[in-house]
Design a protein around this ligand. Structure first.
Ligand code: HEM
Length: 368
């Protein structure tokens, strides 16, 4: 809660670092004073560092490079001396922004006033607890707010899923979102940083987004930017297809037709005397491993050895299931020379009519 009251995520992060909406002067002043009370550096410094983090994520030019470990990203990058320097970031807009420059110039005084003096004075005057104001509303609130912000750099790069892109470390997780007042849908945020939302699905926890939406209703915030939902859907689909492709790659598939030998009718007849070969849809199958297990009986298979069993398999005797068709394709050992008339849907097993293919440079793709 202290994080939201500080207005740090609303102002420092989504307004000034990412320009994801515009705010009236009154809201800007409220947010810059609230942001000062968080004692996390001037907004100019913070936004510059944050832009550098986005531009150089997971590299040594990223001030909180997740590859350097959880402790480093959480707090180490500020505590320990290091020769690392933040990479370049465009700050032209921040240099021209009068509110940002004003806060940067008077930052120390603003910290003392809003970070310590105000909490102490309010508690002292209102209910006589000066020490409680300083310790609890001042120091304790700051500790909580600091660690809440630190969690964005640490656990939001370690915990959770990557629903939009898995090239870098940012991740989405409800726990990170709860700890950071909604900044925990970090995979989404790194993919679509110009979006004023960190979480765009209605059930995802993002109080910062709700606050900005409320300000928009009140006329205090304008031009709320959202990334085109069609493009967000593409990112989500890409990751789902990737997962499906991994699953697809873990499954065994029939031999690629181009890899099968072309067998003459005479050769088929000769070989069928040695082993139980059955012709279905132009493909020659070796049914040896299935003869005993065939639910339709051993004899129905043996009767068709060396023959064309296409019509029997596809309804002449029994209309086999997709599962039977898929299993049959695994038994392919050759293609009959000259072929036979085969209905195209009989040619491709049901399990291969829809599949995930990787586009190659020439735009072609092949069956799994
Ligand atoms: C190698 C080729 C074949 C394979 C892999 C195969 C596979 C199967 C499988 C998995 C079933 C269980 C039901 C289903 O999934 O549809 C089945 C049932 C059956 N098959 Fe085949 N089959 C083959 C060839 C044949 C042939 C050539 C005939 C007929 C001449 C035939 C006749 C039947 C019958 C009648 C049943 C139904 C059994 C029942 O439930 O009463 N099958 N087959």
């Amino acid at each position: 809660m202290s994080q939201l009251l500080n207005g740090h995520a609303i102002g420092y992060h989504r307004l000034w670092s990412h320009r994801s909406y515009t705010a009236t002067m009154s809201l800007q002043l409220f947010l810059i004073c609230g942001g000062s009370s968080a004692v996390q550096g001037s907004c100019f410094w913070w936004a510059r560092t944050h832009r550098s983090h986005h531009r150089h994520t997971d590299t040594d030019q990223d001030p909180y490079n997740a590859k350097r470990g959880l402790l480093w990203t959480h707090i180490g990058w500020m505590l320990f001396k290091s020769d690392l320097r933040s990479g370049t970031a465009d700050t032209a807009d921040l240099r021209k922004d009068p509110v940002i420059q004003w806060q940067h110039r008077w930052y120390l005084y603003l910290v003392l006033i809003f970070g310590y003096a105000l909490p102490t004075v309010i508690s002292g005057w209102c209910w006589g607890d000066w020490v409680g104001g300083l310790c609890f509303v001042g120091a304790f609130r700051l500790t909580v707010a600091h660690h809440s912000t630190f969690c964005i750099n640490s656990i939001a790069h370690y915990l959770g899923s990557t629903p939009y892109d898995d090239a870098l470390t940012p991740r989405d997780h409800l726990l990170s979102a709860i700890l950071t007042m909604g900044e925990g849908y970090h995979n989404f945020h790194h993919q679509f940083p110009m979006d004023y939302r960190n979480a765009f699905l209605w059930y995802q926890y993002d109080p910062t987004k709700w606050f900005i939406t409320l300000c928009s209703f009140l006329g205090l915030a304008h031009n709320l930017r959202i990334f085109p939902s069609n493009e967000i859907a593409k990112g989500a689909l890409t990751m789902k297809l990737k997962e499906l492709k991994d699953f697809q790659d873990s499954i065994q598939w029939p031999s690629f037709p181009g890899d099968l030998p072309i067998v003459s009718w005479q050769s088929y007849q000769d070989q069928a005397k040695e082993r139980p070969l059955i012709l279905v849809s132009g493909f020659i199958h070796d049914a040896a491993s299935f003869i005993e297990a065939h639910p339709g009986g051993k004899q129905s298979l043996l009767r068709n050895v060396g023959k064309d069993a296409t019509s029997a398999f596809f309804g002449g005797v029994y209309s086999h299931s997709n599962a039977a068709h898929n299993l049959l394709a695994m038994m392919r050992v050759g293609i009959l020379a000259g072929g036979v008339e085969a209905i195209s849907e009989h040619h491709v097993p049901p399990s291969q009519r829809l599949y995930v293919a990787e586009a190659t440079r020439d735009g072609s793709s092949s069956l799994p």
